[in-house]
Design a protein. Structure first.
Length: 82
């Protein structure tokens, strides 16, 4: 295990598997929460995108979902340093 610690970049540590899996689980829960809110709004109907606020809200939901997906992908690797 000392070899693993030595292999970590300076100032970083390897994220333990249980920590990594917990973070992924929490991110998936957050993704589900945001997706439910996104699905409940009227921003999915193109005819309802009649205001700048609705367009911005739709873009914000999509950006949040995409960021969480990227974070999950990064944390899904076998070795993650923090």
């Amino acid at each position: 295990q000392e070899a693993e610690v030595d292999a970590a970049p300076a100032g970083m540590r390897k994220l333990e598997d249980n920590e990594r899996e917990e973070l992924v689980r929490q991110l998936k829960g957050k993704w589900d929460e945001i997706n439910v809110a996104y699905q409940k709004t009227s921003v999915l109907n193109l005819n309802s995108l009649d205001t700048i606020g609705k367009v911005k809200r739709k873009e914000q939901y999509e950006a949040q979902l995409a960021q969480i997906e990227r974070d999950i992908e990064k944390l899904s690797k076998k070795v993650v340093y923090v």
